[in-house]
Design a protein around this ligand. Structure first.
Ligand code: SAH
Ligand code: SF4
Ligand code: F3S
Length: 446
C-alpha cells in the first residue's frame, strides 16, 4: 500500500452485541484523542472502522460486502482507510488481509487499544494485524471517559469459559476475565460526570464477574451493583448477559433490595429440551431454569424477563422444538431474541450429525417468534395504565415527541417539554407490540 494522508474524519460501525457497541465507543474516543472527528452524517469518512460480529454466518459475510461497498469504483487515494475490528477480525484476521487488500488494519477485540499505533503504520502504507488478547492491559491503556449517552454501557467482564458447543465467543473473546472493582467504580463515576443516568454493566457472562472491593473483601456482581448504586447521580443500573449457571443468591436478593437495579433480567435459555440443552453444553435443564426464574420473581414480582433462543440445533426433533414452545408459554417473556442455528467453523456443533434443514428451521423460527411476539405484546398491555419513570434517550419521529425506556426496558414515546437525559414520570396509555404510547405526568430530575 502507498503512504497516505492522515485521516481527518472517522466512522465506527458496530455490529453484534452491546459489548461491541461499548468497544466501538472506546475506539471512537481514541480516534478523537488524535484529533480525528466523526464524519458528518451522509458524508464519506476518511477512516472507517468495521467493528464486526462473528456469531452467525451472515454477520461475517456482511463485512466483505461492506468493504466492497466502501471501495467500489474508487482508486486507492479516494477510498477510505479501512480497519476491521471485533470478532470477525479475531477469528479470520489472516483471511481478511488476504481476501480484502483494501483493508489496512485488522484488530481483535482485546487489542484495539493499539489502534493508534496501527494507524501510524497504515499512514506509512504498512498493513497491520493485531489479535493478541491482553484484555486488562487494553482497558488500562484506553483514554478517560469524557462523553456519553444518558443510557451508557460499561464492560465489566470479558470472555467466556462456558464453551456452549454452537458458540464462537470463547474463541473470539478469549477466557473469562473480570475488570478490577476500583477501575469500574472510577469509570462509572466518570460516565455519570459525563451525563450518564443509567449504566448497563456488560459481559459475555456478566454474572461471572468477581473482584475485591476497596476493603479487600471478595465481591460478586451483586456486591458491585450495591456499591455502584451509591454513586450520586446514577439513577439506574442494569446488567447483561447472564448465564443461568452463575446466578447466585446475592444477585437474586439484590433485585429485591436495590431500587436503582431495574426490574429486568436477560437470561438466555436457548432451548426447552433437556437433551438439546445437554448437547449444547448448557449446564441447566428446562426445569432448573424455570425454578431459577421463580426465585427471581419471588424477590422482584414485577421483573420483566428476556431470553435468547436457538432453533434447529443439530439433531433437534419436532417434539424437542415443541418443548421450547412449552417453556416460552411457561415463562411469559417481556421480550426475547431468537435465531436459526448457524454452524460456526471450529465449534463442536458444526460437525455434529443431524444438521437441520433450512426450511425446518425457518418454520420453527416463525412459530417461536409468533409466540414471543404474542407474549411481548401481552406484557406491554399488562403495563397499560401504569405511571412509571422513563429515561428520555432521544427525540421521536415527530416534532415535540420523545422516546425513552421504562424500568422494564420497554420503549415509550410521548410528547412534552423535556430533554434528552431527563427522568420523567409517564403514564403508559396504549401498548403496541414493540412500544407504548405514553402521557407525560411530571419531570423528576434534570
Ligand atoms: N453469553 C450469552 C450470549 C452470547 S451470544 C449467553 O450465554 O447467553 C448471543 C446469542 O446468540 C446466544 O445467546 C445465542 O442464542 C445466539 N447464538 C450464539 N451462537 C449461535 C449460533 N452458532 N447460531 C445461532 N445463534 C447463536
Ligand atoms: Fe457463547 Fe455459551 Fe459463552 Fe454465551 S455462555 S458466550 S452462548 S459459549
Ligand atoms: Fe458478536 Fe463477538 Fe459480540 S461474535 S455477539 S460481537 S462477542
Amino acid at each position: 500500500m502507498k503512504p497516505t494522508n492522515s485521516p481527518k474524519t472517522y466512522r465506527v460501525k458496530s455490529f453484534g452485541c452491546q459489548m461491541n457497541v461499548y468497544d466501538g465507543e472506546r475506539m471512537a474516543e481514541m480516534l478523537g484523542e488524535r484529533g480525528i472527528v466523526p464524519a458528518p452524517e451522509g458524508e464519506d469518512a476518511d477512516l472507517v472502522v468495521l467493528n464486526t460480529c462473528h456469531i452467525r454466518e451472515k454477520a461475517a459475510e456482511k463485512v466483505y460486502s461492506d468493504i466492497g461497498r466502501l471501495t467500489k469504483g474508487k482508486t486507492q487515494d479516494k477510498a477510505p482507510m479501512i480497519a476491521v475490528a471485533g470478532c470477525v477480525a479475531q477469528a479470520e484476521g489472516e483471511e481478511i488481509m488476504a481476501r480484502a487488500p483494501a483493508v489496512s488494519m485488522v484488530v481483535g477485540p482485546q487489542a484495539y487499544h493499539r489502534l493508534p499505533e496501527m494507524l501510524d503504520k497504515a499512514v506509512q502504507g504498512e498493513r497491520a494485524t493485531d489479535t493478541d488478547m491482553p484484555a486488562i492491559a487494553k482497558f488500562a491503556a484506553l483514554p478517560e471517559r469524557k462523553r456519553t449517552n444518558p443510557a451508557s454501557f460499561l464492560t465489566v467482564q470479558e470472555g467466556c469459559d462456558k464453551f456452549c458447543t454452537y458458540c464462537v465467543v470463547p474463541y473470539t473473546r478469549g477466557a473469562e476475565i473480570s475488570r478490577p472493582y476500583g477501575d469500574l467504580v472510577t469509570e462509572a463515576r466518570k460516565l455519570v460526570d459525563a451525563g450518564a443516568k443509567e449504566i448497563t454493566l456488560l459481559g459475555q457472562n456478566v454474572s461471572a464477574w468477581s473482584g475485591e472491593d476497596d476493603k479487600g473483601h471478595a465481591v460478586g456482581l451483586a456486591g458491585l451493583i450495591r456499591d455502584l448504586a451509591k454513586v450520586d447521580g446514577l439513577a439506574r443500573i442494569r446488567y447483561t448477559t447472564s448465564h443461568p449457571a452463575d446466578m447466585d443468591d446475592d444477585l437474586i436478593a439484590a433485585h429485591g433490595e436495590i431500587d436503582k437495579l431495574m426490574p429486568f433480567l436477560h437470561l438466555p435459555v436457548q432451548a426447552g429440551s433437556d437433551r438439546v440443552l445437554k448437547a449444547m453444553n448448557r449446564s441447566h435443564t428446562a426445569e432448573s431454569y424455570l425454578r431459577l426464574l421463580e426465585r427471581f420473581r419471588a424477590a422482584r414480582p414485577d421483573l420483566a424477563l428476556s431470553g435468547d433462543f436457538i432453533v434447529g440445533f443439530p439433531g433437534e426433533t419436532d417434539a424437542e422444538f415443541e418443548e421450547t414452545l412449552k417453556l416460552v408459554d411457561a415463562v411469559g417473556y417481556a421480550q426475547a431474541f431468537s435465531f436459526k442455528y448457524s454452524p460456526r467453523p471450529g465449534t463442536p456443533a458444526a460437525s455434529m450429525e443431524g444438521q437441520v434443514a433450512k426450511e425446518v428451521m425457518d418454520d420453527r423460527l416463525q412459530r417461536l417468534q409468533a409466540a414471543l411476539n404474542r407474549d411481548q405484546w401481552a406484557f406491554n398491555r399488562a403495563t397499560e395504565g401504569r405511571t412509571c419513570e422513563v429515561l428520555v434517550e432521544r427525540k421521536g419521529k415527530h416534532p415535540g415527541q420523545w422516546l425513552g425506556k421504562t424500568p422494564w426496558l420497554q420503549s415509550a414515546w410521548f410528547e412534552g417539554d423535556v430533554g434528552i437525559g431527563d427522568l420523567v414520570q409517564v403514564e403508559l396509555v396504549e401498548a403496541g407490540p414493540n412500544s407504548l404510547a405514553g402521557r407525560l405526568r411530571e419531570r423528576v430530575a434534570a
